[in-house]
Design a protein around this ligand. Sequence first.
Ligand SMILES: NC(=O)c1ccc[n+]([C@@H]2O[C@H](COP(=O)([O-])OP(=O)(O)OC[C@H]3O[C@@H](n4cnc5c(N)ncnc54)[C@H](OP(=O)(O)O)[C@@H]3O)[C@@H](O)[C@H]2O)c1
Length: 325
Amino acid sequence: MSKLVTIYGGSGFVGRHIAQRMAKEGWRVRVAVRRPNEAMFVKPYGSVGQVEPVFCNVRDDASVAGVMAGADAVVNCVGILSDRGKNTFDSVQHEGAERIARIAAEQGVATMVHLSAIADTETESDYATSKALGEEGVLQHMPNAMILRPSVIFGQDDGFYNRFASMSRMGPVLPIIGGDTKFQPVFVDDVAQAAVKGVLGQAEGVYELGGPEVKTLRGWIDEMLAVVQRRRGVVNLPFWVGNLMAFGLGALQTVTFGLVHNSVLTKDQVKLLRVDNVVAEGAKGFDDLGIRPLAPETIMPDYLWRYRPSGQYDAIKDSARNLKI
Ligand SMILES: NC(=O)c1ccc[n+]([C@@H]2O[C@H](COP(=O)([O-])OP(=O)(O)OC[C@H]3O[C@@H](n4cnc5c(N)ncnc54)[C@H](OP(=O)(O)O)[C@@H]3O)[C@@H](O)[C@H]2O)c1
């Protein structure tokens, strides 16, 4: 029998890359999510029956244990950017992570990989606090676990470049918050490669993952604008304006009893945007894993072309213009 890995949150942006890589390694993969019916796209990652989406809610002991039965390794990719109903930072990123580790220890699972994040607890953001408590909980039960702390992650379906590229289509001005804050974007498949090393038992401990370049948010936006071939006035709004916007959007969510969910900007995110999001000096990283991370400029054109003024026809229009001359 080939080995089995349960990937909690395996249908998400990062989880699906890990699922794909584990299937290529010949493992059976269980993708444990709340909406397996929306995760059917993972099935073709392997041969028939090799990759299976299954129902699980990490907020529930029995649910977590059920999908872990028989697993040789577990990966936790469940994370959120804002509280939604019972899926809160604490219940998911702290208690959920700890629950997976506790049950993995009880079931004698050999290895665990946990996706955390570079998030400074001094920001006093709930996101950062829950990530720190989650890591603590994981290590308490699975001391040999691999913990990955990536900076912002980019790739085909990212929520970083796609979001700003989409905003750049709306008008001549592109407002941002935290323009002077530094980021070290890391390619999603590089994060997946690191996780696979953990699953295979080739690495353990805490790793901070960042790409080869550090720039301010404004610097990364300028680079994205060059790729989508649009000129925009990037306006760096002060943090108090960010807080005001977050307050307004939060109030809208409250008065609509959550029907309108604020996934644009929360007060917690404004706190995080105040602090640089880069790999700490002396932290273990890609070098220690023998992985050479890819730079955003090598990947961005592959998926941001759709935001160009003429989408995939931009290049052909350019060459047609040359023909006329
Ligand atoms: N993306 C980034 O830039 C970034 C940067 C640093 C760290 N990280 C961390 O990396 C991890 C993966 O991030 P991502 O971007 O891949 O997130 P994502 O795309 O939002 O995926 C989250 C996954 O978790 C599942 N999920 C959510 N709540 C759940 C619950 N209660 N029980 C079971 N499954 C649940 C979702 O599926 P269902 O909704 O169907 O349940 C989905 O499969 C997270 O821990 C995140 O904090 C991400």
